[in-house]
Design a protein around this ligand. Structure first.
Ligand SMILES: [Zn+2]
Length: 201
């Protein structure tokens, strides 16, 4: 067997070990819960724009042409159901240090996921988390953001639009960015790129 083949194999196994290690960081192994953890695509290989549109497409709200609603005191309600059957809601508001109400609601919920157990719980239940936003259309940035978190629209009354929300600047708090980076296995820099991605196709 040639040295070249050996080297290639060694490189491959190193890459596999690194990938496994990265996956372990993103999803700490747990015998009882591993099977439920969602398989994520390789976000690291995506450009900021690809990351953005992956999220936007995944957020399952019906798309409308124009944003409607969106007064300053707008609310978004995050509905969750924990694996022990406990359910509840978290209400986010516009302009509470998180820009948009959807981001604020997610920020409040993520704030409960600080321990390793709570983080794993989030990974397991997140496909069941739903965002209700009937006061206004979900803007393009919030839709992309929610889609990447795998949060779904509550029902058909929550709609999304490709327009950015004009009056309130979109932003993501540092804690949420760190949380998302870990969840998607990408660097915060990647998410900063996501935030400022050109949203025009
Ligand atoms: Zn928004």
């Amino acid at each position: 067997m040639s040295e070249t083949v050996m080297t290639t194999r060694a490189k491959r196994s190193l890459a596999e070990a690194e990938a496994a290690s990265a996956a372990a960081v993103a999803a700490p192994p747990s015998r009882s819960t591993r099977a439920k953890t969602v398989e994520e695509p390789d976000y690291k290989s995506m450009s900021a724009e690809e990351l953005f549109w992956t999220g936007y497409g995944r957020f399952n709200a019906k798309e409308v042409e124009k944003i409607t609603g969106g007064t300053k005191d707008c609310h978004a309600t995050l509905h969750f159901c924990l694996s022990d059957g406990t359910s509840g809601v978290v209400v986010g508001s516009t302009g509470k240090g998180c820009g948009h109400a959807e981001v604020h609601a997610a920020y409040l919920f993520v704030g409960r996921c600080k321990t390793p157990a709570a983080y794993r719980e989030f990974q397991h239940i997140r496909e069941g988390i739903r965002m209700e936003c009937t006061g206004k259309t979900v803007c393009i940035h919030c839709a992309a953001f929610l889609g990447l978190l795998r949060i779904k629209a509550y029902d058909e009354h929550t709609k999304k639009c490709r327009d950015p929300m004009g009056s309130t600047e979109w932003s993501m708090p540092q804690r949420l960015m760190t949380f998302m980076g870990r969840l998607l296995n990408v660097t915060p820099e990647h998410l900063i790129g996501f935030r400022s991605a050109d949203t025009r196709e």
